[in-house]
Design a protein around this ligand. Structure first.
Ligand code: HEM
Length: 501
């Protein structure tokens, strides 16, 4: 298997205020570094401890504890997969995923947005139902974004692909997130939302290093990044107000005419409409400010995770060029059957070799927090973060035979041999925790799958790429907190393909 990523979505590093509680309170083995056990080492190298604990305990079906890199007050618990079944459908009120995310990101504590039922519902129902109608506009947005964002490179040119992938994905998702009124390539929304996401990912760590937890709220008045987030949100709600009012009026008008459901796409299929629907379903009014918060939090959850996945696939393609001819041939074969070369969801689903390659390139974790007692008596104190080590699970030879060998067709064979409906890139399954599991499993995964495929198809059709001689030794993937992320600072050489085939 390839080394894989979870791009830092809302996770940021924490500052230490207290010594950890003694691990013995948890009555679990406590894994720590030999020698230096400083907070900074936990922020950068925790993944190594997960690996050590996996070998010593998880592989034998036993849990262990270690210092939580984001909370020095309480050790976190790392659990073997056998415990997953018991908690994956537990209500948010008992084991909170959103509180865990918020504990790490501190966004709501500094006046920012947080995940909620409506965001999850809008993605789970609205986005997923409409996705079949969105492929064509997404393909158009993809072509336009490459033309605008990807620099001309008729000769081999060194580029930093991560920043470019982010821009292409952000353009594609803007056309889905805010729809036709605001989502254009040069729109104010585009820069506003990108600026918000950048501030939301950088400001919290600065606040954490500067303030003790109980006065985080002060940063609202004193920290430039936090103040900018508020400014962007206020401006976004001004832009969204007339769009939202228009949708509220149109929905009321349809209701007054007794039209509830119709076949095919509705006039508007975008984040504004799905969030309005989700709030209405829950009997809530949606204000422009809440709409701006919800859209921003969805963007924060999607942009870096999806772009990071795209970068990991690119790095794996660079390291396994032998797999590319099969993938290119498959794209070509399916495309010749498409009228006007316009992709559909069905046709993207036929790209099984590409899909298998992408799945080989992915990782995940499932964090939750709360008091809990498992059936076998294992007790987890309130507020403790529980982690299932998805990355190491992906490399467990019991789960995936010969895990260190990148096998582009591993998941394709599984589909063919056991179940054609499982083991897709976006499948949630116990053999890979990329998308989480159960109640909170990522509702944006099908969108991520289709946008990534469109982006990869465009890349493969229009560019050649290779590592430069001088970057051959630069690591492709880096440890970061509990994760391994693709190196965003690694440049790659690109050249436009003379004949697109
Ligand atoms: C490769 C890209 C992505 C990865 C790896 C990823 C991964 C995840 C993971 C691991 C979770 C938590 C699942 C759990 O704890 O069980 C999650 C939740 C979520 N993701 Fe994604 N995600 C990606 C893309 C997206 C996109 C494109 C969107 C939106 C369009 C999105 C929206 C969300 C939302 C709203 C949640 C919270 C769901 C809930 O709490 O019920 N994600 N994602």
């Amino acid at each position: 298997m390839s080394i894989v990523l979870y791009a830092v979505v809302l996770a940021v590093s924490a500052i230490v205020f207290f010594f950890p509680r003694r691990a013995s309170q948890l009555n679990l083995p406590y894994v720590k570094f030999d020698g230096n056990n400083s907070a900074s080492r936990y922020r950068t190298e925790s993944e190594r401890l997960l690996r050590k604990g996996y070998a010593e305990y998880i592989s034998k079906g036993l849990p262990f504890s270690m210092r939580d890199p984001n909370d020095a007050n309480r050790p976190m618990v790392v659990l073997p997969i056998k415990y997953l079944e018991e908690i994956k459908w537990i209500p948010e009120s008992r084991i909170s995923f959103w509180k865990h995310i918020d504990k790490q990101s501190i966004l709501t504590q500094i006046g920012g947005p947080g995940l909620n039922e409506e965001c999850a519902l809008a993605a789970r129902q609205g986005l997923n139902r409409a996705l079949v109608y969105l492929i064509e506009p997404l393909q158009e947005a993809c072509t336009a974004a490459y033309a605008k964002e990807w620099p001309t490179c008729s000769e081999w040119t060194s580029l930093l692909p991560y920043a470019l992938i982010i821009k292409v994905f952000a353009s594609m998702s803007a056309c889905v997130i805010v729809g036709p009124e605001l989502g254009g390539l040069e729109s104010e929304w585009q820069s506003l939302s990108m600026n918000f996401v950048a501030a939301a990912l950088s400001a919290p760590s600065k606040v954490k290093t500067k303030y003790p937890r109980w006065i985080y709220w002060l940063s609202h008045y004193t920290n430039d990044g936090v103040k900018a987030m508020t400014r962007y949100r206020i401006r976004a709600s001004e832009l969204l107000a007339p769009v939202l009012q228009n949708r509220i009026d149109a929905t009321a008008e349809l209701k007054s005419r007794g039209i509830r459901k119709r076949k095919g796409p509705r006039k508007y299929e975008d984040g504004v409409q799905w969030l309005l629907d989700a709030h209405t379903t829950h009997g809530k009014d949606l204000t422009p400010d809440q709409l701006a918060r919800d859209l921003f939090v969805i963007m924060t959850a999607s942009i870096h995770s999806t772009s990071g996945a795209g970068l990991a696939v690119l790095f794996d393609m660079l390291d396994h060029p032998d797999a590319l001819s099969d993938i290119r041939r498959e794209i070509q074969e399916v495309k010749t059957r498409l009228p006007g070369g316009v992709w559909t969801r069905k046709a993207l689903g036929e790209l099984q070799v590409l899909d298998s390659f992408m799945r080989e390139s992915a990782l995940q974790r499932i964090p939750v927090s709360s008091p809990w007692k498992f059936k076998d008596g294992l007790e987890i104190p309130a507020g403790t973060t529980m982690v299932f080590p998805g990355y190491h699970h992906n490399f467990d030879p019991i789960v995936h035979p010969d895990p260190d060998t990148f096998d582009a067709k591993r998941h394709l064979r599984k589909r063919q041999e056991s179940n054609t409906h499982k083991f897709h890139f976006a499948s949630v399954s116990d053999d890979m925790l990329n998308w989480g599991s159960g109640r909170h499993s990522c509702p944006g995964r099908f969108f991520a799958q289709e946008t990534l495929k469109l982006m990869i198809i465009h890349l493969l059709e229009h560019y050649e790429f290779k590592h430069a001689e001088e970057t051959k030794e630069v690591p492709r993937f880096l440890p970061n907190n509990l994760f391994i992320i693709p190196n965003p600072a690694l440049p790659v050489l690109f050249r436009e393909r003379k004949v697109s085939s």
